[in-house]
Design a binder for this molecule. Structure first.
Ligand code: FAD
Length: 403
């Protein structure tokens, strides 16, 4: 069976890996000249198997007027026409019941992903700076602590143990927290959460797949459209002709809708921009991954450097504010954790990427209404975390449809 995978981010690359393991011949097509060129390049690197909390929740609704008015510098929102239908769907997910259901659904996928990542690491010897660093989420208010306790209990029912630590216990675990400036009233600790470089992962996996002879990467090739014959997708159109196959898997991240909507398939994915800056460590850089919930920033230690990532901008595909937003990210991080990184280093790497967000925060890993057309997209804030399970699941759907 010949399968075309569209998109060579972390989702497309893992899909190709699992498809090839099931005996498929795979062609991965991406318009970029290298793998992991978009959202999978400079993300925070956290394999957040325990922190799958839905963004759409009742507490978020109360924040919206402030976000739209620009009072929270972790978010920028422009009420463009394309945001409205997505926003309405997002709001409909902001009930207690739906938030819990979405958190648990993603948690179950994340926990399977953790196991699959372990198996993949045992099987394939390549280096992508994987480290079981643990993760601390710092909570800024008693209301956050009450909500976190409820979520921790819910997760425990589904096999995921997290702990709520006092500030003293958190500092005992990660002493550099005492050099951070913001108060926190408690922290959620997840011991098993890991950190790794998703760009290095995609590059390493590609090199291995190149050697199997079963996977061909066609980079620098833009898919212009999907071609149908009746109810079946039969080919894709590239600038130099058509490529036909038995099945097609759309892993085009935030751009998936552009390919699917002409067929009448709307995945309801909004591009939510976030940013990162990677710096040499400062004199007091955390080893454990640290998320500051109030500021929507995270500190990850990847390959000896400190990556600070965060923010969520709803501006469509605009990149025009990148410079300002990265400056704000650095400013917020410097103020919060002045000794965590060398903020004035010349060798800093700044980056922005579009998270492919669905309204309910759940990825779409499914067959479409067309024969031969599959979706593995919409992984939002957790694509790196969920990649192994999603790649594994879509491969089985495509190659072993009886499952
Ligand atoms: C600031 C930030 C921090 C994040 N931190 C984390 C984290 O700590 N942990 C975590 O799990 N996740 C994190 N994420 C989310 C994660 O990065 C994404 O969910 C994930 O990378 C999505 O992968 P993808 O392969 O679906 O998309 P992408 O990596 O964007 O790949 C899509 C690919 O499709 C290609 N493509 C699109 N259209 C076409 C076309 N027409 N023809 C050919 N190719 C096409 C693109 O070139 C691209 O290479 C973060 C994201 C951001 C922005």
């Amino acid at each position: 069976m010949h399968v075309v995978v569209i998109g060579a981010g972390v989702i497309g690359t893992t899909s190709a890996y699992y498809l090839s393991r099931l005996g498929c011949r795979v062609t991965v097509v991406d318009r970029a000249t290298d793998v992991a060129n978009e959202a999978s390049y400079g993300n925070a690197g956290q394999l957040s198997y325990s922190f799958t909390d839905a963004l759409a929740k009742p507490e978020f609704v109360t924040k919206i007027p402030g976000l739209v008015a620009g009072r929270d510098n972790a978010y920028q929102v422009r009420l463009r026409p394309d945001l409205v239908p997505w926003g309405v769907r997002f709001l409909s997910q902001c009930t207690k019941t739906r938030a819990a259901r979405n958190t648990v659904a993603v948690l179950e996928t994340a926990l399977r992903s953790e196991k699959l990542m372990e198996e993949l690491r045992d099987e394939l010897p390549f280096e992508f700076s994987h480290r079981t660093a643990g993760k601390l989420v710092l909570l800024g208010s008693e209301a956050d602590v009450t909500a976190a306790r409820k979520t921790a209990a819910l997760k425990e029912e589904h096999g995921c143990k997290t702990e709520i630590l006092s500030p003293e216990a958190a500092v005992a675990l990660e002493p550099t927290l005492s050099d951070m400036q913001g108060d926190f009233v408690a922290a959620v600790y997840s011991e098993h959460d890991s950190v790794a470089d998703s760009h290095a992962f995609c590059k390493g996996l590609k090199a291995i797949l190149d050697n199997t002879g079963r996977v061909d990467f066609r980079l620098g090739a833009t898919v212009r459209r999907l071609i149908k014959n009746g109810s079946r997708i039969v080919a894709i159109e590239l600038d130099d002709g058509q490529l036909s196959a038995d099945a097609f898997v759309v892993c085009a991240g935030a751009w998936s809708g552009e390919l699917l909507r002409p067929l009448g398939v709307d995945p309801h994915i909004y591009p939510v921009r976030g940013y990162s800056v990677t710096l040499p460590p400062g004199p007091s850089a955390p080893d454990v991954s640290v998320t500051v919930l109030k500021r929507k920033i995270v500190f990850s230690r990847i390959n000896g450097r400190v990556r600070i990532a965060g923010f969520a901008d709803f501006l469509g595909f605009s990149e025009e504010d990148d410079e300002d937003r990265i400056a704000t990210l650095i400013e917020v991080a410097r103020e919060y954790a002045p000794l965590a990184a060398d903020y004035d280093a010349v060798d800093q790497e700044a980056w922005g990427g579009f998270r492919p967000m669905t309204p309910d925060g759940r990825p779409l890993v499914e067959q479409s209404d067309f024969d031969g057309l599959y979706l593995n997209t919409g992984h939002g804030m957790l694509g790196w975390t969920l990649a192994c399970a999603s790649g594994h699941d879509i491969a089985r759907l495509v190659a072993e449809p009886a499952h």
